[in-house]
Ligand binder design. Structure first.
Ligand SMILES: [Zn+2]
Length: 410
């Protein structure tokens, strides 16, 4: 009997402990009042706010979430989110104020502190306060050295300021953290950053240093054409013309689509090396390998123009025009050659016939990530800041339906 009483007592004590624990989990003491922690999440304002957020209605979301946050003035996550929403609305000053006030709170954990600093860094970056943003992201990394968000933002800030060496170190840290699935992307970004560092050396005439950097860029990602082009320039400056030619030819091998970037260099270098016949040979080989390749045709046409062979040049140009009717460079070259020939009527008529079938665009390069358009090839998108996302937009002949523009009558 005594034993069962003791057992019963123990059981009661256990249950009481459990109830106290549950109570503690649900409520917390705040300024002498017990606050129900579940109240916020169960409040209609919280749910409504989330719904508005999902629908992209930022103003309404802010309104509801502010009401939910008022139920517990000490809630941290909700105030962080609210600050972020102010920033998204463009109210950077308000966002900074909100996040700074969270930093004043006592007893923040290390991770909470890091989260607030990250949000503040984003506020500063949006507001254009570069130094303060850099300091905030650096502080996040001190608190949480594995914060990929802080590293990615820091890298973009460093790139914006052309601090290529710092950006390189940041990207290396990111690549280590992200692990193998992200490696190819990081390798190609590292190659672009190495190229920028090499370009700085080239500008300052530190040729050995520059060559070393361009070679490292090629090692990091051998499919990017720019380091080959610059490495060839360095080798030429160093007096090694044959090495330069070999490097530019490698550029064409790794990226036939961008081969035109090496054309000018190769044309001059072949002439200097007393092998001018190699340039038309190269253009013909490229055209044969890729029948739609119009830049090789254009380059060869210009080469033939310089040799007083305008009729052959014009054939190539009209051919190039069929493959890329929106390239203004081809039209200019055609008019130039037609003028040299004194505008023979049948050839002018052929030109008009080819252009009549064509549709014109002014911005043939487009970012595959954000659809930003550009008239020239860019290596880093000025809109989304991503590397190597531009492709040349080829156009197909317009269908009859598309070509028929409805006539609007007043
Ligand atoms: Zn973009």
């Amino acid at each position: 009997m005594q034993d069962s009483l003791v057992l019963f007592g123990i059981l009661i004590a256990l249950l009481a402990g459990l109830a106290a624990g549950k109570f503690w989990e649900r409520y917390k003491l705040q300024e002498g009042r017990w606050i129900d922690r579940r109240k916020i999440r169960q409040s209609p304002h919280f749910i409504l706010g989330l719904n508005h957020l999902v629908l992209g209605q930022v103003d309404l979301a802010i309104e509801q979430l502010e009401k939910a946050a008022a139920l517990d003035p000490n809630t941290l996550e909700l105030r962080l989110v609210l600050g972020n929403l102010y920033r998204e609305k463009g109210q950077v000053g308000r966002a900074i104020h909100e996040h700074q006030s969270l930093l004043q709170r006592p007893r923040l954990s290390r991770l909470e502190h890091a989260n607030i600093q990250l949000c503040l860094g984003l506020d500063y970056r949006r507001g254009g306060f570069v130094d303060r943003a850099t300091a905030a992201f650096t502080e996040v990394l001190r608190l949480d050295p594995e914060s990929e968000a802080a590293l990615a933002n820091l890298e973009k800030l460093q790139e914006d300021q052309h601090q290529w060496q710092d950006a390189y170190i940041t990207r290396k840290r990111l690549a280590q953290l992200a692990g193998p699935p992200d490696q190819p992307k990081s390798q190609s970004i590292l190659a672009f950053l190495e190229t920028e560092i090499g370009l700085q050396a080239l500008k300052e005439d530190r040729l050995d240093d520059a060559a070393h950097r361009f070679e490292a860029a090629i090692d990091a990602d051998g499919s990017i054409v720019t380091p080959f082009i610059y490495l060839g320039e360095v080798q030429q400056k160093q007096g090694d013309l044959l090495a330069a030619i070999a490097t530019w030819e490698r550029a064409i091998d790794v990226s036939p689509d961008r081969s035109y970037l090496a054309f000018g260099h190769l044309e001059r270098a072949y002439a200097q090396a007393n092998t001018p016949g190699r340039f038309p040979e190269l253009c013909r080989r490229l055209t044969a390998a890729s029948p739609r390749e119009w830049r090789a045709r254009l380059a060869l046409a210009r080469h033939l123009d310089a040799q007083n062979r305008p009729l052959e040049s014009l054939e190539l140009l009209l051919d190039a025009l069929e493959h890329n009717p929106h390239a203004l460079a081809i039209h200019q070259a055609i008019w130039n050659t037609l003028s040299v020939l004194d505008l023979p009527r049948p050839l002018v008529a052929r030109y008009i016939e080819v252009t009549r079938r064509s549709v014109f665009y002014l911005d043939p390069h487009v970012c595959t990530r954000c659809r930003y358009r550009s008239t020239e090839l860019l290596w880093q998108c000025p809109h989304c800041h991503e590397w190597n996302t531009f492709v040349e937009e080829r156009i197909a002949p317009a269908t009859d339906q598309e070509a028929e523009i409805p006539v609007v009558t007043p």
